[in-house]
Every structure is written in structure tokens, then in C-alpha cells.
Design a protein around this ligand. Structure first.
Ligand code: NDP
Length: 513
């Protein structure tokens, strides 16, 4: 990287005085209401990406174990009480789960932090936030309903029921393990579905802990089953198995589109929440201080390992240099280091593979002629830490400006007018989220309407509410999570046509016989 000489140093790495002391979590699979080991006895371990020690271990599911989980979910759907319960009864169980999560925030947050590398303070916020997702799903369990048509003539009443889609496979990633599961599972349960969950092998603890909570809350056996292990061997059968009616996946666009293809071969319903290359578009008349803060937060939150990461800033050319200097100055001050240190804002990268991928992307961008303005390398220390990185003078055609990097890397691209900013924003395969920064309402609405994105923030970034739908355009996914639609996505409609009074014969008139 030839132009690294002028690159200022990122902040010094924070470390805790001693290695963290805690017992490793020994998880089991939860199938048909029983805690079980793998049928061949194999287990795997997860080490902390920040500290290197073993944090947790889990059974490596065999094909027979996965089959057992699918059969349990199918039996619970066909013959169990869950799909037939009143909405209010399902809601009460979901509310009890919310209380169970609330009571375990500390324990779950610690494991989430140790497995992902994210700051413990942030993990606490995410686990606590899940309480709200389960409570919101409980409200939808009581209020989601079908429709009735009294407009079809005197002899006809049309009723549209919403029934659960059936058995659902849920595959979740490592970046927000319990949060992403809570964007899916309570809504599937609210609809009356039964589920098989496959967490990422890197971050299975909180998913398994959640099963203890579900058990205590009274979720019947077989309604939720957890299988642990690797994606291709344990996750893929959930896309291929004919007994599964719907697949909901969050993760990479590569794996998501492959699984979507497999699932469509047996005509499953598919929901995919995939990657993003999310632009923040900055106009000269914006609230400067708010914008700089939101840019730094948007790209470094969760070390950039976030589908919603604000990884591209498209900035007006008249302020591009002032912007670059200000954002570098602010980014240098972001505290990086031990996820257990109370001041850490950026923790460790989840795995060596992910870290090397990020470094490879940075190198490619610099080789293509973009300018490295901050960071760009690994901290010289134990643990998988990367310096907050800023790259300017990128052109829209460079891979660094188009591909999802999933790390603490900000790419800055200049624009000359709003129409060009929208074109640049839309010039990637993705369409998950975007932001616009301006005090002019016309500018904000023009950009908000014009960008291909499932969510557009205006003068803010990364806010989220269970009430608001979330999902992507283009290669960022299929379907929406959250919002009123969240439960509906786990249902099928059934049309019932009720004839009223005497029905006219098709051909021969009615006879006395
Ligand atoms: P993956 O898409 O590989 O992983 C997501 C989930 O899919 C995990 O549970 C994984 O299991 C599972 N999986 C992997 N391969 C298969 C398969 N063949 N069949 C069924 N399930 C499978 O993401 P990575 O972990 O490899 O991350 C790579 C990139 O993906 C990141 O750099 C980022 O760009 C993107 N990503 C996007 C996310 C998002 O929120 N949109 C989340 C995570 C990653 P296991 O981990 O056990 O292999």
C-alpha cells in the first residue's frame, strides 16, 4: 500500500487488565422438547475472537439429528396444540419469553459479546432490545387477522382466513445472533408456525439459552427445535427438505441466493435478508455535527459487521475534502479494543477469515487508485482487531465502492448534483438501506424517493422500531421483517366462499326430487 505513509494512526487499543474469568457454556441441541447430544457424540468449540479462549461448545448435528428436528416440528404442527391456540394464549407465552429474556440480559450479553467480539455494553442493549421484539410479536398474535367481503352480492359472503404457513426453517448469522433470531422466531410463533432454528456455528450460545426460556414459558415440545453445526451440513437440509414449508434466512447474498434456489425447487415460501452497501448521501446544507457523528456511528457500529452498515458516503464535491478531514479526525478517536472494556465502541472482528477478507478488500481498493486516509491494517496485538479505516477518492466502478466489505471500512465517493448522487447510490446490486443529510425538505424527499432501498433515514441513521418493516430491494433480499407484515409473512391466506340462500342450478332446473 504505497500511499499509506500519510495515514494517521488510529486510536490505541483498549485492553482489560486480566483475561476474563467465566465458565465455558456447554450447550446442547433442543429437539422435541428434549436436550440432546449429537447422535454420533461429536461436538465443536467456539473461541473468543478477542481473547482466544474457549467460550462455548455444542453438538455437531448429524443428518439424522436434523431429520429428527424436522419430524418433531412437523408433528407439533400437524398434531400439537400450538397452531390451534387462541391468539391470546400464544401472546401470553410470547410475553413470558420476553420476561425470561429480561431476567437473563447479563448472562446472554456476556456470551454474545465473547462469541461475536462485539462490546459488552452494546450486547446488553441488543439483548434488552429483544424484549421489545417479543412483546410486539405478542401484540400481533392477538391482532393479525384475515378479511371479510360483504360486497359480493346478496347470496355470497367471502371470508379470507390467515392460517400459519406451517413448518419454518430459520437460519441466522453471527453478527446479531439473538437480535436477528428475535426478528423471526416470535413472529413465526405468533402466526402459529412450528420451527427449526440453525444458528451460526460461531455464535450458537444465546439461541440455545433462549430455548431454556421458551421451555419455562410453556412453549410445547416440538414447536421450536434447535440444531447446531455447520451451514452446509445442518442448514442446507432446511432449504431442501419437503416437510419444511418456509425458509427464512439472514446472511450473505451468496449463500442466500443459493438456498433460495434450492428452496424454490420444492416450492417453499422463502424470505431472505441479505447484504447491503448502504449509502449515506451528504449535501452541503446538512447539520454538520450530527452528520459526522452518524457517519462514524453508521460505519463502525458492530465493527461494520452489519447488513445495514453505512459503508458508502456519497458526499457533495464542494465539501468532500472538509468532510474527509473531519471524519478522519472523529474516527481516530473511536475507542477500539477488548469487548469487555466498558469504553470499547469497536470490538474484535468475528473470525480470522473475516478479518483477512476485509484486509483483502482494502488492498484491492488502494491498488485500484483509491486513497487510504485512516487505518487499513490489523492492530499489532493479540485478538482480531482492525483499525477503523477510511478510503476516499473512490469511483463508483471500483469494487471497494460496490462490494459488501462487512468490516470497519468507510468508502467516500464525491458527487456533483442530486441526480448523480441517486445514480451512484443505485449503482450496486444491493438495496437495503440509505440515508440523506440535508436541511432542505425537497432534497430529502427527492433522494428518499429515488434511492433503491427498503429503509431510508432522513437526517439520522440506524434507528429501528419493531413497528417499521425492514428488508431489501434487489440483491438485499426478499420479503420484509418486523412491522404488521411480520406475522403475515408466516401465514397463508385461505379463501372461504359462503353461499347464502337457494343456489341456482348450472343447467337443469331444480326438481322436486
Ligand atoms: P453466511 O451467509 O455463510 O452465513 C449465514 C448463515 O448461513 C450461518 O448460519 C451459516 O452457518 C449458514 N450457512 C452457510 N453456508 C450455508 C449453506 N450452504 N447452507 C445453509 N446454511 C449455510 O455468511 P458468512 O458467515 O460466511 O459471512 C460472509 C459474508 O456474508 C460477510 O462478510 C457478509 O458480507 C455477509 N453476511 C451478511 C449478514 C447479514 O446480516 N445480511 C450476516 C452475516 C454475513 P455457519 O455460520 O454455521 O456456517
Amino acid at each position: 500500500m504505497t500511499n499509506q505513509l500519510a495515514v494517521p494512526a488510529a486510536s490505541a487499543l483498549l485492553s482489560t487488565a486480566e483475561a476474563p474469568k467465566h465458565e465455558a457454556f456447554t450447550g446442547q441441541m433442543y429437539i422435541d422438547g428434549k436436550w440432546i447430544e449429537s447422535s454420533d457424540g461429536q461436538r465443536f468449540e467456539r473461541r473468543s475472537p478477542a481473547h482466544g479462549h474457549v467460550v462455548s461448545s455444542f453438538p455437531e448435528a448429524t443428518p439424522a439429528d436434523v431429520e429428527g428436528a424436522i419430524q418433531a416440528a412437523e408433528k407439533a404442527y400437524r398434531h400439537g396444540p400450538w397452531p390451534k391456540l387462541k391468539g391470546v394464549e400464544r401472546a401470553r407465552v410470547l410475553l413470558a419469553v420476553a420476561q425470561g429474556i429480561k431476567a437473563r440480559v447479563e448472562k446472554m450479553a456476556l456470551l454474545e459479546s465473547l462469541e461475536t467480539g462485539k462490546p459488552l455494553t452494546q450486547a446488553r442493549g441488543e439483548v434488552s432490545g429483544c424484549v421489545d421484539l417479543w412483546e410486539y410479536a405478542a401484540s400481533l398474535a392477538r391482532t393479525t387477522s384475515g378479511d371479510a367481503y360483504d360486497t359480493l352480492g346478496e347470496d355470497m359472503l367471502g371470508i379470507v382466513l390467515r392460517q400459519p404457513v406451517g413448518v419454518v426453517g430459520l437460519i441466522t448469522p453471527w453478527n446479531f445472533p439473538i437480535w436477528i433470531l428475535s426478528q423471526k422466531l416470535p413472529f413465526a410463533l405468533a402466526a402459529g408456525c412450528t420451527c427449526i432454528v440453525k444458528p451460526s456455528e460461531l455464535t450458537s450460545s444465546t439461541t440455545v439459552m433462549l430455548m431454556e426460556i421458551l421451555e419455562e414459558a410453556g412453549v410445547p415440545a416440538g414447536v421450536v427445535n434447535v440444531v447446531t453445526g455447520k451451514g452446509p451440513s445442518v442448514g442446507q437440509p432446511l432449504a431442501e427438505h419437503p416437510a419444511i414449508d418456509m425458509l427464512s434466512f439472514t446472511g450473505s447474498t451468496r449463500v442466500g441466493s443459493m438456498l433460495g434456489g434450492l428452496a424454490s425447487k420444492n416450492l417453499k415460501k422463502v424470505a431472505l435478508e441479505l447484504g447491503g452497501k448502504n449509502p449515506q448521501i451528504v449535501f452541503p446544507d446538512c447539520d454538520w455535527h450530527a452528520m459526522i457523528d452518524a457517519v462514524v456511528f453508521g460505519v463502525y457500529f458492530n465493527a461494520g459487521e452489519c447488513c445495514n452498515s453505512g459503508s458508502r458516503v456519497i458526499v457533495h464535491e464542494s465539501i468532500a475534502e472538509r468532510f474527509a478531514e473531519a471524519v478522519v479526525e472523529r474516527a481516530r478517536q473511536v475507542p477500539v479494543g477488548d469487548p469487555l472494556h466498558p469504553d470499547s465502541k469497536i470490538g474484535a472482528i468475528v473470525s480470522e477469515n473475516q478479518l483477512n477478507d476485509i484486509l483483502g478488500n482494502i488492498e484491492k481498493g488502494v491498488a485500484a487508485g483509491a486513497r487510504l486516509r485512516l487505518g487499513g491494517k490489523r492492530y499489532d496485538a493479540n485478538g482480531l482487531y482492525l483499525e477503523p479505516t477510511i478510503i476516499t477518492d473512490a469511483t463508483p466502478a471500483m469494487s471497494i465502492a460496490r462490494d459488501e466489505i462487512f468490516g470497519p471500512v468507510l468508502v467516500v465517493i464525491p458527487f456533483s448534483d442530486a441526480a448523480q448522487a441517486i445514480d451512484i447510490a443505485n449503482d450496486t446490486a444491493y438495496g437495503l438501506s440509505a440515508a440523506v443529510w440535508s436541511r432542505d425538505i425537497d432534497t430529502c424527499l427527492t433522494v428518499a424517493r429515488g434511492v433503491d432501498a427498503g429503509t431510508v433515514w432522513v437526517n439520522t441513521f440506524l434507528d429501528g422500531y419493531p413497528e417499521l418493516p425492514f428488508g431489501g430491494f434487489k440483491s438485499s433480499g426478499v420479503g420484509r421483517e418486523l412491522g404488521k407484515q411480520a406475522v403475515e409473512d408466516y401465514t397463508e391466506t385461505k379463501t372461504i366462499q359462503l353461499h347464502i340462500g337457494e343456489r341456482k342450478n348450472w343447467w337443469l332446473p331444480r326438481t322436486a326430487a
